[in-house]
Design a protein around this ligand. Structure first.
Ligand code: HPA
Length: 312
């Protein structure tokens, strides 16, 4: 069965379970690690939820902190939206086609804009934990090497064989995000909004120091394990894309201490491990930074969408 047919099966299932007013969402939002709170900003009436497990062909997420449900409702009072709370990742063993399947379901539901959020590591030294990065480009090393969601026969029902990606990150939407940020921040806001390049890595390991330096040298500002395959598939089928990362940790760029370093020769084993702990990424840290900053990121997404679609 083609992915077009599978997406249509999922859509029939969802549409049957949805009240009239929610059947044609305009916007889809993918909520990344710890960013599912956006779903709570959706009005309680009308609202419908589906576990991923109940939706035909839908991939499931097994990661702690990713709930795994699709929420339909009105965002910012009146914008019909569908939210994915938790996503499936390539590192969980899903194929590139599976992790991007929800995007095709959104397309077949009639969505025109997709907002993707994620937790990412900061590579740019100007970025602090808790900052937000609006994505304006990406590095897809796996895709360049052939691990690509559009590899194989092209599904003409969705888009062309050779889609361009030089304009993947919608400029008008990015302008709206910067304006919305000015509206929602106060002089007390101690996080910054950046705009930058996201590097996709397969995971599940965090990067080595040398890998982090390589990605930084190549022009990446943030690094993460999601989003890019989804963006590629969204652009293939003509969806407008807005993507942002919450910087949940800083990648370690400093070279690893050398075993022949004079100053380290007399250190106890405990001191050596303390030295290596500095800046090390961990999943708990990622979730914690997410919790603290999620509220601002949610506000930013909602304010942007209200400004873009408010009159809908
Ligand atoms: N690297 C890759 N993915 C991530 C990171 C990171 O440092 N932080 C959150 N997701």
């Amino acid at each position: 069965m083609s992915s077009f047919d599978r997406a249509n099966e999922a859509v029939s299932f969802l549409t049957n379970g949805l009240p009239e007013g929610l059947r044609k969402p305009q916007v889809a939002i993918v909520c990344g690690s710890g960013l599912g709170g956006l779903a709570e900003t959706v009005q309680s009436e009308p609202r419908a939820e589906f576990d991923y497990a109940s939706i035909p062909h839908f991939p499931r997420s097994t990661v702690a902190g990713h709930a795994g449900k699709l929420v339909f409702g009105l965002l910012g009072q009146k914008i019909p939206a569908v939210l994915m709370v938790g996503r499936a990742h390539f590192y969980e063993g899903h194929s590139m086609e599976q992790v991007t399947f929800p995007i095709r379901v959104f397309k077949q539901l009639g969505v025109d804009t997709v907002v993707l959020t994620n937790a990412a590591g900061g590579l740019n030294s100007d970025y602090s934990v808790g900052d937000i990065t609006l994505l304006n480009d990406h590095l897809f090393l796996a895709g360049l090497a052939g691990t690509h969601p559009l590899r194989g026969p092209n599904d003409e029902d969705f888009g062309v064989r050779f889609p361009p990606l030089s304009d993947a990150y919608d400029l008008e939407l990015r302008r709206h995000v910067h304006r919305a940020w000015k509206e929602i921040t106060t002089p007390q806001t101690n996080r910054k909004l950046h705009e930058g390049v996201y590097a996709f890595v397969g995971g599940p390991t965090y990067e080595t120091r040398a890998e982090s330096r390589m990605l930084r040298m190549m022009g990446a500002d943030v690094v993460g394990m999601s989003t890019v395959p989804e963006i590629v598939v969204a652009r293939h089928c003509g969806l407008r894309v807005l993507a942002m990362s919450l910087v949940t940790n800083n990648a370690v760029l400093a070279p690893v201490p050398r075993g022949d370093e004079e100053l380290l020769q007399d250190k106890a084993a405990g001191e050596l491990s303390a030295l290596l702990e500095e800046g090390k990424a961990g999943h708990e840290e990622v979730l914690e930074a997410g919790r603290a900053a999620a509220v601002d990121m949610q506000k930013l997404v909602v304010q942007t969408l209200v400004n873009v679609f408010g009159s809908a």
